[in-house]
Every structure is written in C-alpha cells, then in structure tokens.
Ligand binder design. Structure first.
Ligand code: PAF
Length: 291
C-alpha cells in the first residue's frame, strides 16, 4: 500500500490506472478503523481493480461544540489494517492540503441536508457533501463505498451525485455489528463499561420496530412513541432522534410506503450513537393482520 498525502500525488498515481481502463473503488473514512470499515474495503476490493482509502477527519462537518479535537485517531493501526485488507493507496491529507484557503464554495442539500440529523447538527451535511465531492474530484473513482449506518449521509451523497451528474456509482454497505447487536462505530471507543453494556438498547429497539411492522402495525406515530419509551427505560440512554420515515425519500412514513426506515440517534453518556433499520412494508398487508 502506498501512502499519499497530497492531491497532486493522488492524481499522478491514479492517472495511469484510469488511462488503462482500470476501475477505481474509493472508501472515504475518518480513520480509527473498525470491522465496518474493513467490510467497505472488502466490497471495494472485490469489485474494482484499484482500491483507494482516504483517512481525513474533516473539520467542516463538526460544529464547534462537537468532538473534532478529541475524535479518535491511530494512523499506525489504521495503516496496518488497510495493508491487511489489500488496499492499494491510502490518501491521508492534512487539513491545509484539503483546505488551503477558507472555502467560498460548498455543496448544500437544501432539504435533505437540513432535516432530521441536519436539523440537530446544522452545517453537518454541508461539510460531508463538500468533502465527499472534493474526494470524488481528487480520486475520480468508478465506485465509492459508504456504510448504511449513516443512512441520511448515504441519502445525501446519492442525491448530490444525482443532482450534480457525478460519474460515480455510490454503493451502500449494510451495517456491521458486534455480537450483542451494537453497530460498529469509531465513537464506540468513548463508551465506559456501563455505557457499553447499555448501548445495545438501540438494536433491540430496531428489532422491536421490525417485529411490530411485520405483525401489521402501520400507525407510525404510535410506534414511534413506543420505541422512544423503550429507549427512555434504559437509564443511561437519552434519545435525541427517533423517527420512522419513508426509506426512499426520508419524508413521513406512510402505510403505502414500499419500505420505512427507523432512524435513531441516542446519547449514551457523552457519546451520541446512530443506528437505523430499513423495514419493507408488504403491500397489501398480509391477511388477518391489522394495526
Ligand atoms: O462517514 C464518514 O466517516 C465521513 O462522514 C465521511 C463520509 C468520510 C466524510 O468525511
């Protein structure tokens, strides 16, 4: 694996591959890698001739009150993991390399970027979309890989690519979980022992939602209240976002939606954890089942 730190080097090293018609798979990350990231790499490796991973803790997507400074970093360990995953190039730029001057230009998704997580973290998706657009311009990948755990982020990136006609296939990869159901995340490292024990409440709540919908529940307002109550019964959990939305549009879920997505953001101590589950809605309801 070759480690590159400048945009010019990435362009210089990838150009011959592109000219020879080789496909390029891009896995953008903020580092402190876990098995979820390695799954993105595995998928990229299986489908592309050349695999590029990026590690960049992007200041643009953190509010001043958030954890940019203390976001976990371990470049040596990350590099060893990426070498084991057979990555060809790691692009790990400095903030100065990515943003040599204050940006005049940003990618803003007016609606999709300002609802749900965007309402709670103003500017977050502007930061994500802008850095991902930049990484796409730098690496010009054939395909790019993102985890489904960050469901709205994936929706934002897909929409940006569609709106701006970016020539890249965005591939969503299912969430990788610990054995007790906790979704893998770099931020799990913040959890103390008791918090770690409480954290699987998110996946239990998602399983409950799935069961209730499978049994025919279509009153999503009532279901949402039930899920929130379940979360608040866990003393260490403080739910910040509990929403059931149409999985395709992120608008309000309707009984005739093809699938709904349950979106959770829950504080466990000082750590804000995200999780989600897409639940298909069979149309019409299986016979004998009703809300
Ligand atoms: O999901 C992440 O790790 C980041 O938001 C991303 C997509 C690498 C952009 O900084």
């Amino acid at each position: 694996m070759e480690v590159l730190s400048t945009i010019a080097d990435v362009r210089r090293r990838l150009e011959p591959h592109r000219r020879s018609g080789r496909t390029i798979g891009l896995v953008p990350t903020m580092g402190y890698l876990h098995v979820g990231h390695l799954e993105l790499v595995r998928r990229a490796r299986a489908a592309n001739d050349v695999v590029v991973t990026t590690i960049f803790v992007n200041p643009l997507q953190f509010a001043p009150t958030e954890d940019f400074a203390r976001y976990p970093r371990d470049m040596e360990r990350d590099q060893a993991m990426l070498r084991a995953g057979d990555v060809d190039f790691l692009f790990a730029p400095s903030v100065e390399e990515m943003y040599p001057q204050p940006l005049e230009t940003a990618v803003d998704l007016h609606h999709l970027g300002s609802i749900l997580e965007g309402e709670r973290r103003p500017g977050h998706f502007r930061g994500v979309a802008t850095v991902v657009a930049k990484l796409f311009n730098i690496a010009q990948p054939t395909r790019a890989y993102f985890g489904e755990k960050d469901y709205q982020q994936l929706a934002v990136i897909r929409r940006m690519v569609a709106d701006l006609s970016m020539p890249v296939d965005v591939v969503g990869v299912p969430t990788v979980r610990e054995s007790d159901g906790l979704a893998c995340s770099s931020r799990n490292v913040y959890l103390g022992e008791a918090e770690r024990a409480a954290a699987p409440v998110l996946s239990r709540v998602l399983a409950e939602a799935e069961q209730r919908v499978a049994k025919g529940q279509r009153d999503f307002v009532r279901l949402r209240t039930h899920l929130e109550t379940m979360l608040t019964r866990e003393p260490l959990a403080d739910p910040d976002l509990v929403e059931i939305r149409d999985a395709a549009t992120l608008n309000e879920a309707r009984p005739d939606s093809e699938a709904v997505v349950v979106l959770l953001a829950v504080r466990i101590g000082r750590t804000r954890l995200l999780d989600q589950r897409v639940i298909p809605l069979p149309q019409p309801l299986p016979s004998g089942q009703a809300d």
